[in-house]
Design a protein around this ligand. Structure first.
Ligand code: FES
Length: 246
């Protein structure tokens, strides 16, 4: 198989020795079918074993290999080297603190996901003897697209609001909240309302649409946020009179 020599500029940050991140350049003999992740693994295996980056499934499912490639958030296991010309620049996802090299701190992201209670909430749980919660294909279709998120956080790296307002709940978490609010088996709308309606909730979104542009699973979080604004307004209209007169 034909090999192509490709130059990679990789952002390095080793907290024990670097005060600021620095780029290091590597030349890698890449095979025609290589993705950027293959090149990073080749650097780690054959050139510099101290290079740190995350990955697991290598098939666009686990969501752990997200990085900036030439400035754009992508899954590096799905970014073919042959689709880039010239030097390829690889950086950690923006809008996250760097832990080391290409690895970012995701604790804040996970907390935001948890804050919207992404699970089925029932006011009164059915007893197992009463059978399952049934759902028609049409009801499934209502939220299916928004359930395809793999938590890769590319949408957070692309979001211009998060760049300036790090407390914004963000695209993936809001899309997930919306997914559960649309689920016919769920009754947790009011519980998620506090987060979605907060200062850092749905109305902080400026509809730049960058999140949907980079989403590798076509979840379209920008659309989910716009729909969630309407759901939020309806919930607000439902509870507001009670709040005013009590
Ligand atoms: S390694 Fe799992 S999505 Fe890329």
């Amino acid at each position: 198989m034909e090999l192509r020599k490709v130059k990679f500029e990789v952002l390095r940050f080793r907290p024990e020795q670097d005060t600021d991140p620095v780029f290091e350049t590597y030349e890698v003999e890449c095979m025609e079918d290589w993705v950027v992740l293959d090149a990073l693994n080749a650097i780690k295996d054959d050139v510099d074993p101290t290079l740190s980056h995350r990955w697991s499934c290598r098939m666009g499912v686990c969501g752990s290999c997200g990085m900036l490639v030439n400035g754009r958030p992508v899954l590096t296991c799905a970014a073919f080297v042959r689709n880039y010309e010239g030097t390829i620049r690889v950086e950690p996802l923006s809008n996250f603190p760097i832990v080391r090299d290409l690895v970012v701190e995701l604790d804040g992201f996970i907390e935001k996901i948890k804050s919207v209670k992404p699970w089925i909430i029932r006011k009164i749980e059915k007893d197992l003897s009463e059978g399952e919660y049934r759902q028609s294909p049409e009801q499934l279709e209502e939220f299916k697209q928004f359930s395809m998120c793999i938590n890769c956080a590319l949408c957070y790296a692309a979001c211009p609001v998060l760049a300036n307002e790090p407390e914004f709940v963000g695209p993936a978490a809001i899309a997930l909240a919306h997914r559960y609010n649309l689920d016919s088996r769920d009754e947790g709308n009011a519980e998620r309302f506090e987060v979605l309606d907060s200062h850092d909730g749905v109305y902080a979104c400026s509809f730049a649409n960058e999140c949907s542009q980079v989403c590798p699973k076509h979840v379209d979080p920008a659309m989910a946020i716009q729909q969630a604004k309407l759901t939020d307004f309806l919930e607000w209209a439902r509870i507001m009179p009670k709040r005013s007169f009590t």
